[in-house]
Ligand binder design. Sequence first.
Ligand code: SAH
Ligand code: SF4
Ligand code: F3S
Length: 426
Amino acid sequence: MNYKIETIGCQMNVCESDIISEFLQKKGWQDVKDINQADIIILNTCSVRAQAEQKAFSFLGRAEELKQEKTNVKIVVIGCMAQRISQKIKKRFTKIDLIMGTDKTPVEIAAKIEKLSVKNTDDIFTNSGNDKKKKLDGKKIVGYFSIMKGCDNFCSYCVVPFVRGREKSFDDKIIFDKCFNFIENGGKEIMLLGQNVNSYNYNGLNFSGLIKKLASIDGLERIRFMTNHPKDLSDELIETIAAEPKVCKHIHLPMQSACDKILEKMNRKYTYAHYLDLIKKLREKIKNISVTTDIIAGFPGESKKDFDDTIRAVKEIRFGGLYAFRYSPRPDTKAANFDDDISLDEKQERLSAILAEGNEISAQITSEMKGKIYKILTDRYENGFLEGRTTCGRKVLIKGDENNFGKILDVLIKEVKVNALFGEIV
Ligand code: SAH
Ligand code: SF4
Ligand code: F3S
């Protein structure tokens, strides 16, 4: 059987798609990039912004068109939209064979998908020659592990608590065993995932405790984690990031806005002064830490002056990277009842202004890396190029051979381009 899995949304979805993929591959299924080659088309959906849902609808349109011609193709929809509006989706797309929400585990979903399998002997597609690439695939070096599910924060704009349910931390012993096995099998880096990883708590073991426990795994080189909520960033966690050499010196700390009035309306539970104080502490305690952030442009009631506060903060803090979004009202959320009073044009203008400022700063920070040596863990090899990341999360391409795949190398940054750094092994 050939399957195509299309994933929209956050790392959580990427991680769950990977688990499903792995399950199906163990059953001998082949993943294909081209939707036309697939016997089963799986779409993993996101509800966080209207745009993400739009993307899913157009993908499903294409999938149904395909099914019109190849009637034995199966269509599967999973993820946050499947949780939020399964009835609506089924009504609009009548050719869907299976729809399952986030209340089911990826393994439960994969097992159901497997049962859809039909004998389809005509047109069997094999991607021979792909084996070597598979073995060198990044997933083997970097593993994604959810350490919790759901979210209890109810930021007024956010749909996640409604599509992922209440926050629940997973058993640290199970997390440890999964990470241990991954490292035993040649993994080098683990990425711990949760909507709010720094509020992890399992029977009294907090996130710092979990990190320390995992760091004891021999052969594990690097630990990354995302996302963090500023209100839960403790001094203890900052100390742990500083003290533990395996923890990467990068933190994603969504700010959303720098205007206290807006932060309060967003129900973020911190002020800009508190946020700035955290940044100062991080930079004081952890040399060269990279801080990245998320910002929402055009939240209800955001005046030009409120927005300027955010722009000023972006200049003041100088983020290593920044994701910004136009505010998108989401059903069920508290903010959906607020007057969405900023026009689309104005939202777009603010978004562009934030991105221009943020990207310029991030480019300046990156250009300062030229001529310096960084430790890069290579997690991908393709066509004579190794790809890896610095501990602060920057992607670097290096000319080299596959013997250096999965290793930490000293790399001199030779060239800085818009979206990539080029380095040389020293
Ligand atoms: N749990 C994470 C982020 C989840 S969603 C956290 O709290 O940081 C990722 C980002 O999408 C958010 O940080 C926010 O910037 C953006 N986002 C969420 N809901 C949105 C909405 N309704 N409109 C626009 N952006 C939104
Ligand atoms: Fe959404 Fe806020 Fe939870 Fe993040 S912390 S997932 S933004 S409700
Ligand atoms: Fe989207 Fe669901 Fe993640 S709504 S951002 S895929 S938790």
